[in-house]
Design a protein around this ligand. Structure first.
Ligand code: VGL
Ligand code: ZN
Length: 182
């Protein structure tokens, strides 16, 4: 089985948000189209407590239960079967969806016999990167959909560097139009 993981497509990572990713909202229509091709669709949310060491590195964003932590309003979130909340501890960053504390992503995917994980969302150089590398390490055939991700780019080439690092680690990069129809 193949599954789609939608990483952190939340208001605070989109234009106007507290930690806006340039063109973060441009991934939304691409992801909405992708969703039609998958039976198993899961998502993560960055879900921080109001006080976190994470906020020594980043502006305050995606605080639990706030509008900034909601999915982008145009994301077809009704089709998401399970949402994994991460970054919930105050003592670490929790970038990877595999570090979610609400449920165990690896166990969930195994219970659905998922062997191939397609990763999309925000941000290429942080949570997409960490989630895709973890997925590969945990034995999933892992794909990152390059037109369905966007980077924070603290440095201008962080996004391309992260994609290259994932590719070197064994993750397959592909474009949404190159995903085989079910
Ligand atoms: C993220 C920076 C801080 C992400 C989360 O979702 O990629 N980036 N917190
Ligand atoms: Zn965060």
């Amino acid at each position: 089985m193949k599954a789609l993981l939608i990483v952190d497509v939340q208001n605070d990572f989109c234009p106007g948000g507290a930690l806006a990713v340039p063109d973060g909202d441009k991934v939304v229509p691409v992801i909405n189209r992708l969703m039609d091709q998958f039976d198993i669709i899961v998502a993560s949310k960055d879900w921080h407590p109001p006080q976190s060491v994470h906020f020594q590195k980043w502006p305050v964003h995606c605080v639990q239960e706030t509008p900034g932590a909601e999915f982008h309003p145009q994301l077809k979130s009704d089709a998401i079967q399970k949402v994994f909340l991460k970054g919930t501890g105050g003592a670490d960053d929790g970038y990877s969806a595999y570090e979610a504390t609400s449920d165990d992503l690896g166990e969930y995917l195994n219970s659905k016999n998922v062997t191939e994980l397609y990763v999309a969302g925000l941000a290429t150089d942080y949570c997409v990167r960490a989630s895709a590398l973890d997925a590969f390490r945990k034995g999933f055939r892992t794909f990152v959909v390059t037109d369905a991700v966007a980077a924070v780019n603290v440095k201008p080439d962080d996004g391309p560097k992260a994609l290259e690092e994932m590719r070197n680690a064994g993750v397959t990069l592909l474009r949404s139009e190159d995903i085989a129809q079910p």
